[in-house]
Design a protein around this ligand. Structure first.
Ligand code: NAG
Ligand code: NAG
Ligand code: NAG
Ligand code: NAG
Ligand code: CU
Length: 700
């Protein structure tokens, strides 16, 4: 039975929130949805009865609290030290480890109101290979003290603590599970930095439980990389985009944090992760009347996130990171959900397909002009040539196209259909079929990454012939797209080790491509047949190497992006109400290039400065590094949902001149290659990348 969170909040706090800057946990929590009594206006209602064509009854139920606690490490013999407890009401720290969900720890509020932050340290008396902790908020119907922003630290000896997770838990009474890379520990510390509803400076907990890891301790990071942190989000991050001005990760779900389907929903729950402060803040977007779930997504020349259609199937909204605000734009002519979308070399935004919402079939191409704020249908960009032969028909067949901006307003459609096409987005459009992707199958919810834009090379990976109840492939191809509308060359390379659909792929500064997650048998909202072992593609050898296993399944509705510092955020999965496969978190992966041969973190080269903030295509810019560097690249900042990221692409940079540690580069002259917008510039020394500096590429 579906249960949705019925948040109630005041209109004044809402509007101030939607326009607030996520500067600190306190500021951002100022308008967080709360169960406060002095509020008005019901935001969310019961959803519809189907999820993506699946009956609700097909969605596995979440384990009950009692089942979860029964599976935990026994709390018997544990001790707990808390910074504060309200003894007058017997709300002792020990209540959080007594196995009785009716009793709870509450920090002192009488006679002294003890302020945040609070902390609790559990001694389990024995070391275990720990994989998860759970936090059960108080179960007495009250919310005061629900922990929001938090940090979880583990220690083998009670002296040296390692942070394994942090983030923000959602403000409700449900059991919160935080899973991280297995770590041997006897002590578990929870730091509570905020109250989830900002009602007061308290913390409370009915139970903390600790689980042994289901996997083994991680391998050496040498050659394998490492999953270093889990970031708890107060929603399932189904869509994410990198904010060019800050490096923040903007995430959103739908009109609730964990479910979708309300036809009347016109709000979107968002959360922002700040890698510098490691804080996750949240907002509910109401001012654009747009439930941005299942949207088309790309970032324009000015770094604005353009979200089109989805659950609110005709709406278009843009997010400006510098204003931290959403703006409603012109409606689509053809309502859509699950469309492909790409920012093309002219600065316009092309979208095609998407019968998930807004009616089925006929979802031909359409072009948005950011300068005119208009949508124009492109009669000569038919969707029919890019349909897969999906068992569910056009409802699925026109979903999630693999689109790549290219020269002169052309877009290359590399998949997921086995058929490939050129679409021309100028004039009234054009379409040219260019045959099949060698002997590949239709590859719905597979991946395609332009890892070498100057050479026009796209790596394609996995996917499944049908959207659901379909076995994925491990197929890998390299498409070299050439000059449109000519037929590209397709090379079949050795497969990945693992078949996967719903995985995510990210190109790294050194040109390798990281692929994580996915499942063997594509089944939305299931974590069966999950692939935990990521693979790293090496373009020098066209081979894949297995990386350190993840500890959290990442399947349908999972996402991944490269961050400013050359690490990868990988997370999400689910959005199915009270199902067991909601993943309110992301994990940060450190690629092998960040480690020395001894397994320590490598010293990183440093870019001291970039000569300009923005550079036109065909023009030069310089960077000055702290020491000599041997390789350079730029990667366009990404946005992604449903395994598609049409923004990311990598350009390998070769200096035209070098003077000391100042290196000068020429940006490719073709805006179909160096697509204008915001890019990350990396310098590498000995294979180790710097943290990036940011550079805007412009048309003129
Ligand atoms: C826990 O809280 C106490 C009291 O405020 C403080 O002295 C202590 O440093 C805190 N511990 C940590 C690890 O933050
Ligand atoms: C749990 O705590 C409640 C409240 O103190 C108490 O009434 C109840 O008996 C306890 N249950 C058990 C099994 O100890
Ligand atoms: C338009 O498409 C047709 C075939 O679909 C192709 O022959 C022609 O070259 C294309 N024209 C352009 C300008 O792309
Ligand atoms: C998927 O593969 C499994 C194992 O080979 C097989 O039993 C199953 O029938 C396949 N399912 C489909 C839908 O092809
Ligand atoms: Cu979806």
């Amino acid at each position: 039975m579906l249960r949705l969170f019925a948040f109630v909040l005041s209109l004044s706090s809402l509007s101030s929130f939607a326009h607030a800057k996520p500067i600190s946990a306190e500021a951002a929590n100022a308008g967080v949805a709360s169960n406060s009594a002095a509020t008005e206006g019901k935001l969310s209602t019961e959803g519809s009865t189907t999820y993506d064509g699946q009956e609700l009854s097909a969605i596995p139920a979440a384990p009950s609290v009692s089942e979860a606690i029964a599976a935990a490490i026994s709390q018997s013999g544990w001790t707990i030290v808390v910074d504060s407890q309200n003894t007058g009401t017997s709300n002792y720290g020990t209540n959080a480890i007594d196995g009785n969900t009716s009793t709870f720890w509450h920090t002192e509020y009488q006679p002294v109101l003890v302020p945040l932050p609070h902390n609790a340290t559990i001694d389990m008396k024995t070391a275990y290979l720990v994989g998860s902790i759970t936090y059960l908020p108080r179960q007495d119907g009250q919310s005061n003290g629900n922990i929001g922003e938090h940090v979880i630290q583990l220690s083998p000896d009670g002296t040296t603590y390692t942070t394994v997770a942090f983030g923000t838990w959602i403000d409700d009474a449900t059991l919160k599970t935080t899973t991280f890379t297995p770590f041997t520990a006897r002590y578990v510390r929870i730091l509570a930095l905020s109250e989830a509803g900002n009602r007061g400076p308290w913390s409370s907990a009915a139970e903390f439980n600790v689980y042994t890891a289901s996997g083994s301790a991680p391998p050496s990071p040498v050659g394998h990389g490492a999953w270093v942190y889990t970031i708890d989000f107060p929603l399932v991050p189904v869509s994410i985009a990198l904010e060019w001005s800050t490096g923040y990760l903007l995430a959103w779900s739908s009109y609730t944090p964990s479910s979708f389907g309300g036809s009347s929903g016109t709000t979107t729950y968002t959360a922002t992760y700040n890698p510098a402060t490691q804080l996750v803040t949240q907002a509910i977007i109401t001012n654009v009347d747009h439930d941005m779930f299942c949207e088309g997504l790309s970032i324009d020349f000015n770094g604005k996130v353009i979200a089109t259609g989805g659950n609110t199937d005709a709406a278009t909204s843009s997010y400006d990171p510098t204003a931290n605000d959403w703006t409603a734009l012109a409606n689509l002519n053809i309502p859509r959900g699950y469309q492909a979308q790409v920012t093309v070399s002219t600065g316009n935004v092309f979208t095609i397909g998407a019968s998930w919402s807004g009616g089925q079939g006929g979802k031909n191409g359409e072009l948005y002009s950011p300068s005119a704020n208009t949508w124009t249908e492109l009669a000569n960009c038919p969707v029919a040539p890019m349909l897969t032969a999906d068992a569910q028909g056009v409802y699925r067949a026109d979903n999630h196209g693999w689109l790549f901006a290219w020269s002169s307003g052309y877009v290359f459609q590399a998949g997921p259909s086995k058929a490939m096409n050129w679409y021309l987005t100028t004039g009234s459009g054009n379409q040219t079929g260019v045959g099949n992707r060698a002997s590949d199958t239709d590859s719905m919810c597979g991946n395609a990454v332009m890892y070498d834009a100057v050479a026009g090379k796209i790596l394609t990976l996995g996917g499944s012939p049908d959207y659901q109840s379909s076995n994925a492939t491990a197929n890998a191809h390299i498409i070299t797209i050439g000059t449109p509308p000519a037929t590209p060359t397709v090379q079949t390379i050795g497969s990945m080790a693992y078949a996967r659909a719903f995985a995510n792929s990210v190109v790294l500064p050194d040109g390798t491509v990281f692929t994580a997650g996915g499942q063997v048998s594509a089944v939305p909202f299931s974590d069966a047949t999950s692939q935990f072992v990521p693979e790293l593609f090496n373009p020098a050898t066209n081979t894949f190497t297995q990386m350190a296993p993840a500890s959290i399944p990442r399947n349908y509705h999972s996402v991944s992006l490269l961050l400013f510092d050359g690490t990868v955020a990988n997370g999400g999965g689910g959005l199915c109400g009270t199902c067991a496969t909601n993943h309110f978190d992301m994990q940060i992966w450190y690629p092998p290039y960040l480690y020395t041969s001894a397994g320590a973190l490598a010293a990183r080269p440093v870019i001291n400065s970039v000569s300009v903030a923005s550079v036109a295509v065909g023009k030069t810019f310089s960077i000055t590094t702290a020491g000599a560097c041997t390789a350079f690249s730029m990667i366009r900042m990404g946005s992604t949902t449903h395994t598609v990221n049409t923004d990311q692409r990598r350009i390998a940079l070769t200096p035209t001149t070098t003077s000391g540690t100042t290196y000068t580069f020429t940006v490719p002259v073709d805006p179909g290659v160096a697509v204008p917008g915001h890019w990350m510039v990396f310098a590498l020394a000995g294979g180790v990348p710097s943290v990036s500096k940011q550079l805007q590429v412009t048309l003129t």
